[in-house]
Write a new protein. Structure first.
Length: 542
């Protein structure tokens, strides 16, 4: 650990020195080229996209008769009950987006600006949830659709070459490090906006949260590899850090909290506290290479933890994270910094006629909330439950194994070409685990964490009429806690401009009762109880 600490202390200086040197060389290179005649190229593309989704189940919602979390100044002072309304058959999402992607180049220097506008119609189902927020005493905040409406520059950067081997990029951008699909191991540079659709939008780049970075790639052909590095100079907004969940009581708040606005019960998001300060620089470095037909990479990075934890004052000052009092009257949502050492490997197996991939990440000091069970301030041990009893940091080992293979269904199913299929197993192991640590699954979720979580996912895509019609099927299982998902879908293309996808997102848990604040038997897929959806997405490209 001392060697790692020494390495961590030295890395920012190395990264900053490298970045400044690269910027200076880049400026000189650009000035040289500007003296001569250069070509300027510009292109614009993008899409107009719409979504419709409909509830397939009656969803469990929260009702507390104005007690829990009222805005009267009493704070957290009561209990609630669960109700089920007739949500089945109601539209849960009517959403539209416009994305404009601008690309330009001049003398080898590239420029990109991507802007996206998102707007939602307040369906009757969302109106029901907004009314329920008022019943719960959590009114007074933003309209429920303000949680989903957005305008943002998704990317805004300039990239310049230095000689034949090096490029440097500065601005708002996305970096993808890792091999896993559904779950992230080493791909933790960025958080994700999971508020408007939880996990199941196909393209990660659409819900990954870009950051302002200075990044570089240095190709080293003699070693069949390249060095990639980045520095995040702390210029990002608070909302850009970590994962964003639908905690305002909308359609994707964890069951059974729909209709309960957690942001109105004296919680604030604090990005300027000790150990979770967005203004502190983070960074990473990665070596990516190829040897004997096998691709591999090793990386170290420091980043904000994806899932927020709650720094709470409910259990008293002794439970403050790093001894710092929450800024909010009750608690703060925070994203402490973590350190990750990771490695990936992938290659083709002739024996299996498949591409095999593996990824492993060692996470230092992953934060977890403490205090399981229902919310109860009267317990003799002082544990208020639902993760409000402090924060503990644990080292975590994450591993992923995946096999990708083209299955020949032409003779069986009449497809026009082999069908791409994949199977992946993803495991997260908490090291030095003790039951007495009483780690909660997530903030506001009082289920006890187990030492290991293991998820198995599989999917296949069939191809008809030269890829104009593409049925697909994905399925996942929680092998430790029970529950899973199934996603039958069909994608269609109409010419070279129109795309449509119809899918059903079907969830099941392990039969737990989903008790408020506890859901003791439910883990990951307990979040999705009653959330099955039928979704249609239509895209017009330009």
């Amino acid at each position: 650990m001392k060697k790692l600490d020494k390495f961590k202390r030295a890395l920012p200086s190395v990264a900053v020195s490298t970045a400044l040197s690269v910027m200076a060389l880049s400026s000189a290179h650009a000035a040289e080229d500007a003296a001569g005649a250069g070509d300027f190229n510009y292109a614009v593309s993008g899409y107009v996209r719409g979504w419709l989704s409909m509830n397939l189940e009656n969803q469990e919602e929260y009702k507390n008769n104005g007690a829990f979390g009222s805005n009267s100044g009493a704070g957290i002072n009561g209990f609630g009950t669960n109700t089920k309304k007739h949500a089945r058959g109601k539209l849960s999402m009517v959403r539209g987006s416009i994305l404009v992607d601008n690309d330009a180049s001049w003398n080898g220097i590239k420029f990109k600006a991507i802007a996206r506008l998102d707007r939602e119609y307040k369906t009757n189902y969302l109106k029901d949830l907004e009314d329920l927020r008022a019943t719960n005493g959590t009114t007074g905040g933003k309209s429920i659709t303000d949680n989903y409406n957005n305008f943002d520059f998704r990317e805004f950067w300039v990239e310049a070459p230095i000689g034949d081997r090096t490029t440097v990029k500065f601005g708002r951008q996305q970096l993808v490090w890792g091999e896993s699909d559904f779950f992230q191991a080493m791909d933790v540079v960025h958080g994700y906006n999971l508020s408007w659709r939880l996990f199941f939008e196909g393209e990660n780049e659409e819900w990954r949260k870009p950051l302002i970075l200075l990044s570089t790639k240095i190709r080293i052909p003699e070693a069949n590899g390249l060095i990639a590095a980045y520095v995040r100079p702390g210029l990002d907004r608070c909302e850009d850090m970590g994962n964003t969940y639908d905690v305002r009581g909308g359609r994707w708040f964890f069951a059974p909290y729909r209709g309960f606005d957690a942001s109105r019960i004296n919680y604030v998001t604090n990005c300027e506290t000790k150990g979770a300060d967005k203004d502190k620089w983070t960074y990473g470095i990665r070596w990516q290479g190829e040897y004997a037909g096998v691709n591999y990479s090793v990386a170290y990075l420091k980043a904000a933890a994806g899932d927020p934890v709650v720094n709470s004052g409910v259990a008293g000052p002794s439970k403050y994270y790093k001894g710092v009092q929450p800024r909010g009257p009750v608690s703060d949502f925070i994203h402490p910094n973590i350190d990750v050492l990771g490695a990936t490997v992938s290659g083709y197996s002739e024996a299996l006629d498949a591409v095999l991939s593996a990824e492993m990440a060692y996470v230092f000091d992953q934060p977890y909330n403490v205090g399981t069970g229902e919310f109860d301030l009267t317990r003799p041990d002082g544990n208020p439950g639902i993760g409000l009893n402090g924060i503990k940091e644990k080292d975590v080992l994450i591993a992923m194994l995946r096999a990708d293979k083209n299955l020949k269904f032409e003779d069986i199913l009449g497809t026009t070409r082999p069908s791409f299929s994949s199977i992946q197993i993803f495991s997260r192991q908490i090291l030095n685990f003790k039951k007495s640590d009483d780690l909660a699954r997530l903030f506001f979720w009082g289920t006890k964490r187990k030492e290991n979580d293991t998820i198995l996912t599989m999917f296949t895509v069939l191809n008809y009429r030269n890829d104009e019609i593409n049925p697909g099927f994905a399925v996942g299982f929680d092998l430790v806690n029970g529950g899973g998902f199934a996603i039958p879908s069909v994608s269609m293309t109409f010419g070279d401009k129109w795309l449509a996808k119809l899918e059903a997102d079907i969830f099941w848990d392990n039969g737990s009762n989903g008790t408020q604040f506890s859901g003791e038997k439910s883990q990951l897929f307990g979040y999705f109880k009653g959330s099955s959806q039928l979704a249609l997405r239509v895209t017009r490209q330009f």
